[in-house]
Design a protein around this ligand. Structure first.
Ligand SMILES: [Zn+2]
Length: 295
């Protein structure tokens, strides 16, 4: 699933491509992807433009150039937004196994609607935005401002926001018995961190993912906080982590994957102590850690 750095990358790339373009047609082949009354959905979008794109956690928020209306898009497990100008390609999300291996051929293949292209936006300048989703957990929803404000309340502190301060961060862990990793993954507490970055942050902070949160010292929490900030920023700088031909919204692969220290490295040597990286289950998720470095 794309996490904060991947969704941030897609947002930034799409902002350069689709803002202020008139939406002239929307094709929806799987109604369940659209979580609205379908006519309301179309009426809020057709003939309008996106004036800005924002993000909270892993949720994309497209501002519509009509007062107080927004389109929300969540990519969930396998959702992919692919922007196709008349020539060339801009894509974001995960590509699919049957696609060819080079960025160019995958890009070309993605510029045609395939059996996973459930929603297609046509813009007045001839460009298109495809939403492809193999597993169909992703969704679209147009909302008014008051609804958006309610939805935003379900998200915890945002690692890139100004209120992401050590004191706010510490409050997440205090008096909680849950494993540290479960709290990092809880979107209502911190928005945008998923399985990849939770493992990487805890490795960097030298904290074992299944440690009970109420056993953390102030110093431990500070280490996790600092690691979180650093890793999320670094991952955005590298345009996220990509697996299975993941292609970001510019047709370029994110290259944070080569910087991963524990994620998907179980059975391999720890890059610091040479001990073997282990895989356990924490909060129902495959979790990698170094038994020697992380306490
Ligand atoms: Zn180690």
């Amino acid at each position: 699933m794309p996490e904060l750095p991947e969704v941030e990358t897609i947002k930034n790339d799409l902002k350069e491509k689709i803002l202020d373009k008139k939406i002239i047609k929307i094709t929806c082949r799987k109604r369940k992807i659209v979580k609205n009354n379908f006519n309301f959905f179309l009426n809020t979008l057709i003939g309008n433009k996106f004036s800005n794109i924002k993000r909270i956690g892993k949720l994309l928020i497209f501002e519509i150039n009509r007062e107080n209306l927004y389109l929300l898009i969540h990519l969930k497990m396998t959702g992919q937004l692919v922007y196709c100008p008349s020539r060339g390609i801009v894509a974001g999300g995960h590509s699919y196994p049957e696609q060819k291996n080079t960025v160019e051929s995958a890009a070309e293949a993605m510029c045609l609607p395939n059996k996973y292209s459930h929603v297609i936006f046509n813009f007045a300048d001839g460009s298109n935005l495809f939403f492809n989703d193999m597993r169909q957990f992703g969704y679209f929803k147009t909302v008014r401002k008051d609804e958006l404000e309610i939805i935003k309340k379900n998200f915890g502190i945002e690692p890139l926001a100004s209120n992401f301060k050590l004191n706010n961060f510490k409050r997440i862990f205090i008096k909680r018995k849950a494993p540290v990793k479960a709290l990092l993954l809880n979107q209502k507490l911190i928005a945008g961190i998923g399985n990849i970055y939770a493992d990487e942050i805890l490795f960097s902070a030298k904290i074992k993912p299944d440690r009970r949160a109420d056993s953390l010292t102030g110093g431990d929490m500070e280490k996790i906080f600092k690691a979180g900030k650093l890793i999320i920023k670094k991952a955005i700088k590298h345009r996220g982590t990509t697996f299975n031909n993941y292609i970001d919204a510019s047709g370029r692969k994110g290259n944070y994957s080569r910087l991963l220290k524990v994620y998907k490295r179980e059975g391999e040597q720890c890059l610091i102590c040479k001990n073997i990286i282990k895989k356990i289950k924490v909060a129902g998720r495959g979790t990698r850690y170094c038994p020697k470095c992380q306490k």
